[in-house]
Design a protein around this ligand. Structure first.
Ligand code: SF4
Length: 358
């Protein structure tokens, strides 16, 4: 049954709010971005929390705020330093967009994170969820902040069987939240739903017996909580094979290159990657000369790694190689000392893992 067929008037909004908020006030998680309501910190935390678990985010958040404590510090920071602070968190466009948006806040809004929905949504990297999270958590405005966790909780509480992978379903949950959200304490309300989804109403085996809103939950009453939410399968994940070269020059320095300015992992550094969709391994040395102007000799294979992104997977074969003919021509590789210099560059996780083979 959908919420359109069964409107919210049968749902006791005020007792739901009270039960949820009483539980939250007594049990809220102690998280570093909850120490104050600084909108910049709320913003940084919400960007980091996209696609990433709370426990992973905490040390990154503390380090990031120590390095860039205000919008002004982040606005003037070197992009490579920002990427270094983000190294290992993944989805690096989040960091670049955050810095772009923070610069806009400094230039256009006098360094104050705006509390106007349209101005906030106009900033790079801020979608409807982050906008709602900043407005509610930092500015205490009754705005919905709906992500997958929130849709899971409300799918179950209200027994809504709409496909949460569809944009129109997100809109539906935003309008539901707008009606249910506490007007007195919207900041705590949204954080309470987030905490409930993270700790009690989990994707698998929700802890219904401990749940503070169990008596409001239709899925629990009907025994269908494990069947909700409905989510259609994402598109097939494409697999792309590469050889990654751990290429050393005569002095033992190791070759790295910067990724392009746009697209996946933009501006991060990596060991040279050879796409096996373009060349077979027996012709790889020639391909490398054509691409980089450097003569190399392949050595032995050192291992395999797989790295899964949301839309594609890299299958990485790690092979050692030696440079045997220097070139005076310009190329995009640089050779760095593996003990001293390598750690100064931001690398994606897959390439960080390869450093064990050096
Ligand atoms: Fe989720 Fe169970 Fe609570 Fe319903 S009763 S909100 S399914 S934990």
């Amino acid at each position: 049954m959908t919420v359109q067929e069964k409107p919210l008037q049968n749902f006791n909004i005020s007792t739901f709010q009270n039960d949820l908020l009483d539980w939250y006030y007594a049990n809220k998680r102690d998280l570093p971005w909850r120490n104050d309501q600084d909108p910049y910190k709320v913003w940084v935390s919400e960007i980091m929390l996209q696609q990433t678990k709370v426990d992973t985010v905490i040390p990154y958040f503390n380090n990031f705020i120590e390095k860039f404590p205000t919008v002004y510090d982040l606005a003037v920071a070197d992009e490579q330093a920002v990427l270094k602070a983000w190294e290992g968190l993944g989805y690096y466009s989040r960091a670049r967009n955050l810095q772009t948006a923070v610069r806009e806040v400094v230039e256009n809004y006098g360094g104050q994170v705006p509390d106007d929905p349209n101005q906030l949504e106009g900033l790079k990297g801020i979608g409807s969820y982050t906008k709602g999270a900043i407005l509610s958590i930092a500015f205490n405005k009754p705005e919905p902040a709906v992500d997958g966790n929130v849709m899971r909780v409300f799918s179950r509480v209200l027994n809504i069987d709409e496909d949460i992978a569809l944009p129109k379903t997100k809109k539906l949950f935003e309008s539901v939240t707008r009606e249910i959200i506490s007007q007195e304490d919207p900041s705590s309300f949204n954080q309470a739903i987030m905490d409930l989804g993270a700790t009690i109403c989990t994707p698998k085996s929700p802890s219904c017996l401990l749940c503070p809103v169990q008596e409001h939950c239709e899925a629990f009453t009907l025994g269908v909580e494990e069947q909700l939410p409905i989510k259609s399968k994402a598109k097939k994940n494409k697999k792309i094979p590469y050889v990654v070269l751990l290429l050393k020059d005569k002095t033992g320095k190791i070759a790295i290159e910067k990724r392009p300015e746009d697209g996946l992992l933009a501006n991060l550094w990596q060991f040279p990657m050879v796409p096996l969709q373009e060349v077979t391994i027996d012709l790889l040395e020639n391909w490398f000369y054509a691409q980089y102007g450097l003569r190399i000799r392949l050595g032995q294979k050192l291992g395999d790694l797989k790295h899964v992104f949301s839309h594609l997977t890299w299958n990485l074969e790690i092979v050692e190689a030696k440079l045997f003919e220097e070139s005076s021509e310009e190329n995009c590789l640089i050779f760095v000392d593996k003990e001293k210099e390598l750690k100064d560059y931001p690398f994606p996780v897959s390439h960080q893992k390869m450093m064990q083979y050096l």
